[in-house]
Design a protein around this ligand. Structure first.
Ligand SMILES: NC(=O)c1ccc[n+]([C@@H]2O[C@H](COP(=O)([O-])OP(=O)(O)OC[C@H]3O[C@@H](n4cnc5c(N)ncnc54)[C@H](O)[C@@H]3O)[C@@H](O)[C@H]2O)c1
Ligand SMILES: N[C@H](CO)Cc1c[nH]c[nH+]1
Ligand SMILES: [Zn+2]
Length: 443
């Protein structure tokens, strides 16, 4: 392949950038919305039977029998097949991710005296039931199990379940089962895509209905979440993976190219850009990509080539570093890696990104798996308003207040004025001077 297989936008002499450059594959979901409507309807009607049907039709399950819930034997067998060094890696990741999320957990409650005698605060409670979606199509993702189930258990969600597509043999991948058991999640259900989202929304004979679903997925998953968002909280909007590698002239292009490939290898629906103010780095990355691809496993190199040679990835050369930062903030990437002479200083210039990984020793791969912060992050520009998945996504707050008899008259006088102004007679009468108060309160 020639160098020209890499998309290259030279913006060094232009002002601004085309809005097309900040689009992702998720930007137009219309085809997927139409595709998943009948799947959702069938799961609503036929429950487990529909899940078994779609396991064969969409996940290619060929096993003659498949339980929808992973059995204890399947968990045991998973522990028997996982290599010791993979087991160590899963445990190392779980430790770091758990420490990060335990530190993130809010207090059970807090309260302040907003005026003498007026006490108000919040209680923080786990959500009753949450499903973790763990993708499995173009890869298997025990790391996503970690990133979703650990904050859920730290939050104390009483019913925390996992849904994940089965493989051809009708099984869940061993790494996902091992991670689930190590974290303490017992209920793993073999369904994926839109059918999994529908199962969690409506419940089936086997899959319990939940209040919320978290976790990333293909556009089919994203589309189903959108269609069912009236009855199921769809959580942080996390679709196909995406990254920006932001550099000045200080970086080795061979290293920058390695890191640009990371998120581009997820699949052809991913997005990945090198955004740089350095022509030397831009040209060097373009050359280095070919060398890296030639050394890679063919399927992943193919995905990466498709992304970095397509409309949603490649190299953007800006006129200066300010323009590179401006593009990054407008794009609002899921993952941002800053490879500059002073990444900590440049962090202060970033307004929109799901996570920011700083410096040459912090490649996106480390963030994906082991550092501790959550790698389930807002995609498709949602990082402008959304945050990474966290313990907070598995909890909700309940506010409370109590007013003393002494503080009551002043608060009531002001509230009555408000109520009269807004035209609410009933509200006003409830706090008028004629309010009957119990003996004890009148003292
Ligand atoms: N944002 C994050 O944190 C994060 C993390 C990991 C992966 N990801 C992204 O998640 C996605 C995972 O996608 P995946 O495909 O590997 O797994 P997936 O589990 O999300 O999707 C596979 C499911 O899609 C459904 N499906 C496939 N083809 C279909 C069709 N033609 N019609 C209807 N349904 C169909 C099937 O039901 C299948 O079970 C990727 O885009 C990846 O980039 C994101
Ligand atoms: N890049 C994904 C989040 O966008 C996380 C992941 C898991 N495995 C590999 N990558
Ligand atoms: Zn990744």
């Amino acid at each position: 392949m020639s160098d020209f297989s890499v998309t290259f936008h030279d913006l060094s002499v232009t002002k601004g950038f085309s809005p097309e450059l900040i689009k992702r594959t998720e930007s137009d979901l219309s085809v997927f919305l139409e595709r998943v409507k009948p799947i959702i309807e069938r799961v609503k009607q036929d429950g487990d039977a529909a899940l078994l049907h779609f396991a064969r039709e969409l996940d290619g399950v060929t096993a003659s029998e498949m339980t929808i819930r992973a059995t204890e034997e399947e968990f045991d067998e998973a522990f028997a097949v996982i290599e010791p060094d993979v087991m160590d890696a899963i445990k190392y990741a779980i430790g770091n991710i758990r420490r990060f999320h335990e530190a993130q957990k809010p207090e059970d409650s807090w309260m302040i005296e907003v005026q003498p005698g007026i006490w108000a605060g919040d209680r923080c409670l786990p959500i009753d039931s949450v499903a973790c979606y763990v993708p499995r199509g173009k890869g298997s993702f025990p790391s996503v199990l970690n990133m979703t189930a650990i904050p859920g258990t730290v939050a104390g969600v009483p019913r925390l379940i996992v849904v994940t597509p089965p493989a051809h043999d009708g099984r869940v991948d061993a790494g996902t089962l091992v991670a689930a058991r190590l974290i303490g999640v017992k209920d793993v259900y073999k369904c994926g895509g839109a059918q999994a989202v529908a199962a969690v929304a409506f419940g089936t004979e086997t899959v319990p209905a939940c209040a919320k679903i978290v976790g990333p997925g293909s556009p089919y998953v994203v589309a189903a979440k959108r269609l069912l968002s009236d009855i199921l909280d769809p959580g942080v909007p996390a679709g196909p993976s995406e990254a920006i590698i932001l550099t000045d002239d200080s970086v080795d292009p061979v290293l920058a190219a390695l890191d640009l490939i990371i998120e581009s290898e997820h699949g052809p629906d991913s997005s990945a850009w090198l955004v740089t103010s350095s022509r030397r780095v831009a040209e060097g990355v373009r050359t280095a990509l070919e060398t890296h691809w030639a050394a890679m496993e063919a399927k992943r190199a193919g995905f990466s080539r498709a992304v970095l040679g397509g409309e949603h990835g490649g190299i953007i050369l800006t006129k200066d570093f300010d323009a590179a930062v401006a593009f990054t903030n407008a794009y609002a990437p899921e993952h941002l890696e800053i490879l500059t002479a002073d990444p900590m200083a440049d962090l202060g210039r970033i307004r929109n990104a799901g996570e920011v990984l700083l410096g040459h020793a912090t490649p996106v791969t480390l963030g994906n798996y082991v550092l501790g912060p959550n790698a389930v992050l807002p995609t498709n520009r949602a990082a402008r308003t959304h945050s990474p998945l966290s313990v907070h996504d598995f909890m909700k707050r309940m506010s409370f207040a109590r007013v003393s008899d002494e503080a009551y008259p002043e608060a009531a006088w002001h509230a009555e004025r408000f109520a009269r102004f807004e035209g609410f007679d009933g509200h006003a009468r409830a706090v008028s001077s004629a309010r009957p108060m119990p003996e004890v309160a009148l003292r």
